[in-house]
Design a protein around this ligand. Structure first.
Ligand code: MG
Length: 320
C-alpha cells in the first residue's frame, strides 16, 4: 500500500462523513454506536471475493463498492425490511493502491446514499486477494419481516422486473461485442450496478406476500430454496418468465445476480393490486410465473407439456 493505514483511515472517514443523528459513534472508534429503533433488527452478511465474484481487470473499484452494498441491501429487502447500517470488512492485496480503496469507499457511499443507510464502521486487513465483506443491519416492524417459509399451495408465484440481465452482462464481458447495442449496454450496467428492490418488497409485503426471496443465484435454484423452506412445490410456466432484453431464456432461468424478488402472493387479486402499485410507484413490472403446489418442482412449457424442473444456477460449492 502506498500510504499508512492511519492515513487511509483518515481519508476513508472523510468519504463516509455526515452520518445521521441515530449514529452516535461512527467510523473511527473501536466500534460503532447507534440508537435503537422501534422494530425488529434484520442482520445479514455477504462477501465479494476476487476471482470468485469479480476480477480487478473487469470491475472498477467504484462499481465494486456500490455492488457490495447493494448485494447486502438486497438480502435485507428480501425480508421486507429497511436497510439502516452497514459494516465493511475489507481485505486488500498488493495489487490495489490507496486511490483504488478511496474509489471503493466512494462507491459504497454512493450506494448507501441511494438506499438510505449508513456505513458505520469496518476493518482493513492484508491478504493475497481482495475481498469486500459487508454486514448490513435493517429494521422491520415487529413481527413483520418476511421469510422464505410461508408459501402455501394455491399461492401465486410472481417475480419483479425481468431476469437474466446480469448473466447476459457476464457473457458480454467474456466475449465483448464490437458495438454493443442499448440492450447489451443495459445488461452490462446491471451486472456492474444491480438494483435492490427495497421499496418494492414493502409493497409486496403489504399486499400479503406469504414468502419472499431475492434471486441471487438463479430463478430455478432460488425457487427450489423457497419451496424447500416452505415445504411445498411449484409449477413454473417457462414462457411466462420475463426475460431481460439482451438475455436468453436459459440466462433468465439460471443466471444469478439479478436481485429481483421472487414472491408468493395469496391470490390473483393481490397480484393485480401489487402489480398496479409497483408500476405506478417504481415503474417496475410484476409478472405471474406460476403457482405453488403441494409438492414437486414442475416446468410447464408453452404447449402445456409438464416436465420435472431441474434447478440450475450458481452453486458456490459445486465443482465445475
Ligand atoms: Mg438472498
Amino acid at each position: 500500500m502506498d500510504i499508512s493505514e492511519d492515513a487511509l483511515l483518515v481519508a476513508i472517514r472523510k468519504v463516509l462523513s455526515g452520518a445521521g443523528p441515530e449514529v452516535r459513534v461512527g467510523v473511527g472508534d473501536d466500534a460503532a454506536v447507534v440508537a435503537p429503533g422501534t422494530g425488529d433488527l434484520v442482520l445479514t452478511t455477504d462477501a465479494l471475493v476476487e476471482g470468485s465474484h469479480f476480477t480487478l481487470a473487469t470491475s472498477t473499484a467504484r462499481d465494486l463498492g456500490y455492488k457490495a452494498i447493494v448485494v447486502a441491501v438486497s438480502d435485507v429487502a428480501a425480508m421486507a425490511a429497511s436497510p439502516r447500517y452497514a459494516l465493511c470488512a475489507l481485505t486488500l492485496s498488493g495489487s490495489v493502491d490507496a486511490a483504488w480503496v478511496m474509489e471503493l469507499f466512494g462507491g459504497m457511499r454512493e450506494a448507501c446514499d441511494e438506499y438510505a443507510l449508513w456505513l458505520v464502521g469496518g476493518n482493513l486487513a492484508r491478504g493475497s486477494e481482495v475481498t469486500v465483506a459487508i454486514t448490513a443491519v435493517g429494521e422491520a416492524a415487529p413481527g413483520r419481516a418476511r421469510t422464505r417459509d410461508g408459501a402455501r399451495p394455491g399461492d401465486v408465484l410472481v417475480v419483479t422486473g425481468a431476469l437474466g440481465a446480469a448473466a447476459a452482462g457476464l457473457r458480454l464481458a467474456t466475449v465483448p461485442p464490437r458495438a454493443p447495442n442499448a440492450d447489451e449496454r443495459a445488461a452490462s450496467a446491471r451486472l456492474a450496478r444491480p438494483v435492490a428492490r427495497v421499496g418494492e418488497a414493502g409493497v409486496l409485503a403489504r399486499h400479503g406476500a406469504t414468502a419472499m426471496i431475492d434471486i441471487s443465484d438463479g430463478l430455478t435454484l432460488d425457487l427450489s430454496r423457497l419451496c424447500a423452506a416452505s415445504g411445498v412445490g411449484a409449477r413454473l410456466e417457462l414462457e411466462a418468465v420475463p426475460v431481460a432484453p439482451a438475455a436468453t431464456q436459459a440466462e433468465a432461468l439460471g443466471g444469478g445476480e439479478d436481485y429481483e424478488l421472487l414472491v408468493t402472493l395469496p391470490g390473483d387479486a393481490a397480484v393485480t393490486g401489487a402489480a398496479d402499485e409497483l408500476r405506478e410507484a417504481f415503474g417496475v413490472s410484476l409478472t405471474r410465473i406460476g403457482v405453488i403446489i403441494e409438492e414437486g418442482l414442475v416446468a410447464v412449457s408453452s404447449d402445456d407439456d409438464e416436465s420435472p424442473l431441474e434447478p440450475t444456477g450458481w452453486d458456490h460449492f459445486r465443482d465445475a
